[in-house]
Write a protein that binds this ligand. Sequence first.
Ligand code: SPV
Ligand code: MG
Length: 291
Amino acid sequence: MKKTTRLKQLIRSEEIEFLMEAHNGLSGKIAENCGFKGIWASGLTISASLGVRDNNEASWTQVLDVLEFMSDATSVPILLDGDTGYGNFNNARRLVKKLEQRSIAGVCIEDKLFPKTNSFIKSEMQPLANIDEFCGKIKAMKDSQTDEDFVVVARVEAFIAGWGLEESLQRAEAYRQAGADAILIHSKRSDVTEIDAFMKEWAFRHPIVIVPTKYYKTPVDKFEELGVSMVIWANHNLRSSIVAMQQTSKQIFEQKSLIQVEENLATLDDVFHLQNADELKEAEKKYLPAN
Ligand code: SPV
Ligand code: MG
């Protein structure tokens, strides 16, 4: 089945589904090997892993290069965090074309202005996109996809920017009518109250995606009860790798020895396995001269 069709099915399925964050081919493979049915290519973690900020400092073609590795390394669908679409409707529809060429299953765009700022930094000062302009962007993206199952998720940042329920609902409904396949409603509260209120008013109109980074203490049962379609664990592979790398670097630096760290690391065989080294061994037998 096509990756696009798979993602569309996940979003529309009766059951709650989960996407795991990845930011390169390796983390994508790890997420897939653990059983995740789809991957969130996070703007925050791709930028952080490149050593830059989540302010569109990495160009969109640099992000595409990362995605190409991620897509080649995995077989589950990838939903790209496409920020604001990297410009106006014209930039966003060209993005769709380039994502389709790389077998990326869908893209999420948020209703802020380019260059964006991460939702958890100075969020109340962040200007939102004009609703009509954003709807035009969604329509242009949907009109330009050549695969009918390519997914466009529209992300509402109204709660993040300090607007209330009414503004969030108005935007979500406008984006639904513009043709978005799902709405991502984001909240920076440490409890689920905004999402709860939104879901009750929304009343199962269209699939809803959430990112519970800040309200992580809320059990998944609650999201199910509210009728959430998809949950994104948005940055946890990157954050866990930061802790692991900091500990390892520190230990090796201080001890000038590998003795203490060795047993806590993935083995080299683990690395070769993740790189699918065995396949190359087999191919060499088949394609290289025998002597
Ligand atoms: C990301 O993972 O880059 C996101 C989610 O957009 S958040 O960081 O919560 O804004
Ligand atoms: Mg992001």
